[in-house]
Ligand binder design. Sequence first.
Ligand code: BTN
Length: 328
Amino acid sequence: MPQADARLGRVVRLLADHATVVVSGTKIASEIGTSRSEVWRLVQQLRELGVNIGGHPATGYSLNSMPDLLLPDFLAPLLHGTIFGKNIQHYYKTGSTNNLAMEAAGDGAAEGSVFLAEQQTAGRGRGGHEWHSAQSVGIYCSVVLRPELPPSEVLVLSLAAGLAVQRAIRDIDSRVHPDLKWPNDVLIEGKKFCGILTEMNAEVTRVRHVVVGIGINVNQASFPPELQGVATSLRLATGSEWSRVELCAALLKSLDREYCELTKNAGARESILRRFCKGSSSVSGAHVAVDENGGFEGVTEGLDSRGFLQVRTVEGVRPVLSGTVRKL
Ligand code: BTN
C-alpha cells in the first residue's frame, strides 16, 4: 500500500503557519525531523504538485499562495465534532482511494476514516468503469463506515451520500442546482460532475464495513473528448474556481449529518428516500431505458422502501436492481 507522505503536508503546514516570512531549510528540517537536503527534495516535490513555494536552500522558503490541497492539517479543524475529523489520510497519488479504504477497513480502520487523493491512477466507477482523476482538480474521497444494517439496506446509504453532495454544493453556492440521478450520480444541466461508488464487505445478514467513494469534478477546465458530451465540473458549470478544501469539508459535514441521522433515527430512511425523490428530476415520470436483464424501457415511478428505482413497463412495474438508467 502506498504510504501517505505526511512530511509533504507538514512542510506546507509549517510554511502556512509562517505565511509572511521566509522559513529556513534548517528550521523546517529540524521541525519535521529530517535533513536540509531532504527538505529541498520535498519542496521540489510540492512545486511539481503545483504548490507555489518561493526561495531556495540558501535563503529558506515561503509560501507565495495558500495551496488548495486536501491536507488533513487543513481539513481536520473544519471537521471537529463529526465522525470524519479524527483519521484523515491524504495521498498525492494512488491507484484508488476506494481500494485504500477497503483494505484499511479490512485491517480494522475505525469508522469515519477518510482517504483522500490529489490524483488517482486507477479511479473506479460502477460496473468497472474508469473514473477520470486528474491531479488536484477533483475531490477523490473514500470513507469507512460500519453501520449496523443488513446488506439489503446499504443502498439507502449510497442515496444519502448523493444528498450530502447536493446539500454541500447548495450550501456553498445556492445558484447551483445539482440534480440527483439514481442511484449514484449527481448532474448539472444533464451532465455528470459527481459519481458515488459504494462497496461493502458483508455476511448474509450483517455488514462488516462499507466504503463510500465520492468523486467530484471541481476545477477541471476541460475533459478528454470521450467525456466532453457527458461530463462537467463545478468550474465549467459556474465559470469560477471552487475551493476543494471548503467543498470537501462541507461534503464530509453533510455526510456526517445524514449518516448519524440514519444510524440514530428510525424515521431517517424514509426522509432520505423522500428527499432523494424531491432532489431528482428523473426518479418519477421520466421515460427511461434500463440496461438490465436484456434491457427494458418504461416510465419511472419513484423508489421502493429499500431505495430501488421503480419503472412502469408494458408488463407492469419492475424494480431496477443494478442496471444503468438512461433518460430517453
Ligand atoms: C461512478 O460514477 O460510477 C462512481 C465513481 C466514483 C469515483 C470515486 S473517486 C473516489 C473513489 N475512488 C475510486 O476509485 N472511485 C471512487
